[in-house]
Design a protein around this ligand. Structure first.
Ligand SMILES: NC(=O)c1ccc[n+]([C@@H]2O[C@H](COP(=O)([O-])OP(=O)(O)OC[C@H]3O[C@@H](n4cnc5c(N)ncnc54)[C@H](O)[C@@H]3O)[C@@H](O)[C@H]2O)c1
Length: 336
């Protein structure tokens, strides 16, 4: 990999600008953008001084090292696999894919091509996550007893109307697969992938094909218990809250900030500008920039990739297990 990394963007919607800023913030040369919606790609390209590709072939003919996939979730797997097969490393927005089979195809393509697949999970690159993860690894919590994730969000009918959001094919799920995934991924990063999962899902408020509310109970590999309570139907919303309680210490994280810590001396957790829990488009690039710092170093062979396709596939596996449990009424033990 040359030191000057050249990248292209796929998709020119809400999250594309965050990737552009994060890549530029790490010295990556963003050459151009391709979107199914050519007018939107042209507008985005003009605003940002990059090229607009009119077709996938045109994008591929402009030799680049990296493609950032910022398209609806249901397109991630096919795009990631075909881009890796064409020789590019990829960054893929969350969720990495919507089914176990698609996760498997991505992992296989990564292995076969030797390219890097870097899924996005920006919360794992926050100061708070780093501080709590280190405390978990050092045993500062003692034995972890419980982890509870509460995400009482509001997404308006307009957020869903006439878009891919809330559709089975392109969103794959709702409150869990689209929004809750961030907190679930942090839980998995800190406590491991649950071994037993029971869940319920419901569409309580919105006119969408997927759940706008979900509740689940979990058993982590250590025996610690967990709960997930997630919704996008709460008109008077609350910030996402994750509480982790051990025999020696407890912490509460709200969004990406550490708001309380007892029994443990933790610093860090300066809230970033990613305060989008109320307004999805009010999105800062700080945490994506932090994650791209590692991705850039990994592409240059200077560091291992800290968040991998395997990690992202594990988190999708947990969400799919909640759906399966909700559909069957049974406890699900996601296979490794
Ligand atoms: N990490 C985060 O916090 C975060 C935040 C928002 C969105 N996302 C993820 O980013 C992805 C995109 O979300 P968004 O809100 O930017 O969506 P969006 O609808 O605003 O933009 C999607 C873009 O992709 C283009 N597109 C659609 N299908 C395509 C295809 N097959 N090939 C090329 N271009 C195609 C559209 O024309 C549009 O430009 C989703 O997977 C979403 O889950 C992540």
């Amino acid at each position: 990999m040359r030191t000057n990394i050249k990248a292209v963007l796929i998709g020119s919607g809400m999250i594309a600008g965050t990737h552009l800023a994060a890549m530029r913030g790490n010295g990556i040369d963003v050459a151009g953008v391709y979107s199914l919606d050519t007018a939107s790609a042209v507008r985005f390209a003009e605003e940002n001084g990059i090229r607009a590709y009119r077709s996938p072939e045109e994008l591929l003919s402009d030799a680049s090292d990296l493609a950032a996939i910022c398209t609806p979730s249901g397109t991630h797997a096919d795009l990631a696999v075909s881009l890796m097969r064409s020789g590019k490393s990829v960054v893929v927005e969350k969720p990495i894919a919507l089914t176990s089979e698609d996760c498997r195809r991505i992992l296989e393509a990564e292995r076969e091509t030797g390219r890097i697949c870097a899924p996005i999970s920006q919360l794992r690159f926050s100061e708070t996550y780093r501080a709590v993860k280190t405390a978990v690894e050092n045993g500062a919590f003692g034995r972890i007893l419980t982890a509870s994730l509460s995400m009482k969000y509001w997404r308006s009918p307009e957020y869903y109307a006439g878009t891919w959001r809330g559709t089975k094919a392109m969103d794959g799920g709702g409150a869990l697969m689209n929004q809750g995934i961030h907190g679930i991924d942090v839980m998995c990063g800190l406590l491991g992938v649950p071994t037993r999962i029971s869940g319920y899902v419901a569409t309580l408020c919105h006119d969408i094909e997927v759940e706008d509310s979900a509740a689940a109970s979990l058993v982590f590999p250590s025996g610690a218990l967990g709960v997930i309570d997630a919704s996008t139907a709460v008109r008077h919303a609350r910030p996402r809250r994750l509480e982790i309680c051990g025999t020696r210490a407890s912490v509460t994280i709200e969004e990406d900030a550490l708001v309380s810590a007892e029994g443990i001396d933790l610093t860090g957790g300066v809230p970033t500008a990613n305060g989008n829990w109320k307004e999805p488009s009010a999105f800062g690039a700080d945490l994506h920039t932090a994650q791209y710092r590692n991705i850039t170093a990994a592409l240059r062979g200077e560091e291992p990739l800290r968040y991998t396709a395997r990690d992202a596939a594990d988190t999708v596996r947990v969400i799919l297990a909640v759906y399966e449990s909700a559909a069957t009424g049974k406890t699900v033990m996601p296979d490794a």
